[in-house]
Design a protein around this ligand. Structure first.
Ligand SMILES: Nc1ncnc2c1ncn2[C@@H]1O[C@H](COP(=O)(O)OP(=O)(O)O)[C@@H](O)[C@H]1O
Ligand SMILES: [Mg+2]
Length: 252
């Protein structure tokens, strides 16, 4: 099972993905999180101590070019770069979960054929998963910087949306792009929900009702400000994360 998360910047993608990862881990799933955000902070969110020791794969330019770059004189990229060893080399294990930091995918017109993307695509397509294994892909806002072929390899896209017009607009745009990419299942997830009116606003303004609503949590805010891992402050979020799991086919 491969799940990606998207939505406007700051809506809570990393927070929700970390909570889902922790919840699934506690239920016996084998978790690999791939942080593909150009400003990665999944490591802090799940409480990795030596964050600075993690090397994002994207910073290993020479290696990436070797793996996926054009060979001299050829107009073609190597679409099958060798990536089997990358998991072992770049993965950190923390609290029973595996994390790999990809780093920035350089954008290019019309989806990108850059080495980072080629390597991510190859990673996602080569990972053959048993039912107990779940790959969670944390990304930047949209899906447009990933080529069709990369993002289409995920089984489910979660689009995080908060009760604000601008967030709804982004969410609808991302959904359209994701549909065009051929992602089999796309769902909205509400965040920063304070009351029924917030839920109604999202349900009325989106073209699909959100599959889970995460509350606006003082505990999460305080924990984040203290610099503590937010997955340890999940008390307010337990119902929502359970609801989320229940609505993702293949996860229960
Ligand atoms: N449900 C919530 N309640 C309170 N604070 C939240 C909630 N979700 C996210 N946050 C806070 O909002 C900020 C942005 O969240 P983050 O998950 O990093 O967003 P994104 O990954 O979409 O950029 C963080 O400081 C996080 O702690
Ligand atoms: Mg994030």
């Amino acid at each position: 099972m491969k799940i990606a998360i998207s939505g406007k910047g700051g809506v809570g993608k990393t927070t929700i993905m970390a909570l889902l990862a922790n919840h699934l881990k506690e239920r016996g799933k084998d978790i690999l999180i791939i942080d593909a955000d150009p400003s990665p902070h999944m490591a802090e969110t799940i409480g990795v101590k030596d964050v600075e020791k993690i090397t994002p794969i994207a910073e290993m330019k020479t290696m990436l070019v070797e793996r996926s770059g054009k060979t001299e004189g050829s107009p073609f990229y190597n679409i099958n770069p060798q990536v089997d060893d990358l998991l072992g080399r770049f993965m950190v294990e923390h609290d029973g979960m595996k994390l790999m930091v990809l780093g920035a995918i350089q954008e290019a017109n019309g989806g990108c054929a850059c080495p980072e993307n080629t390597v991510l695509k190859r990673l996602l397509t080569t990972l053959l998963l048993s039912p107990s294994q779940v790959v969670l892909l944390d990304m930047e806002a949209g899906v447009e910087h990933l080529g069709r072929g990369t993002i289409a390899t995920v089984d489910q896209l979660l689009i995080v949306v908060i009760p604000a017009q601008s967030s709804v607009r982004t969410a609808l745009k991302v959904k359209k792009l994701a549909e065009e990419s051929g992602i089999p299942r796309i769902s909205f997830v509400g965040n920063l929900i304070q009351d029924q009116e917030d839920k109604d606003f999202l349900t009325e303004n989106l073209d699909l009702p959100p599959i889970a609503f995460f509350p606006d949590s003082t505990l999460i805010r305080k924990t984040e400000r203290r610099g503590d891992p937010i997955i340890k402050a999940n008390q307010d979020m337990e119902d929502a994360v359970r609801e989320l799991q229940a609505h993702i086919p293949g996860l229960s």
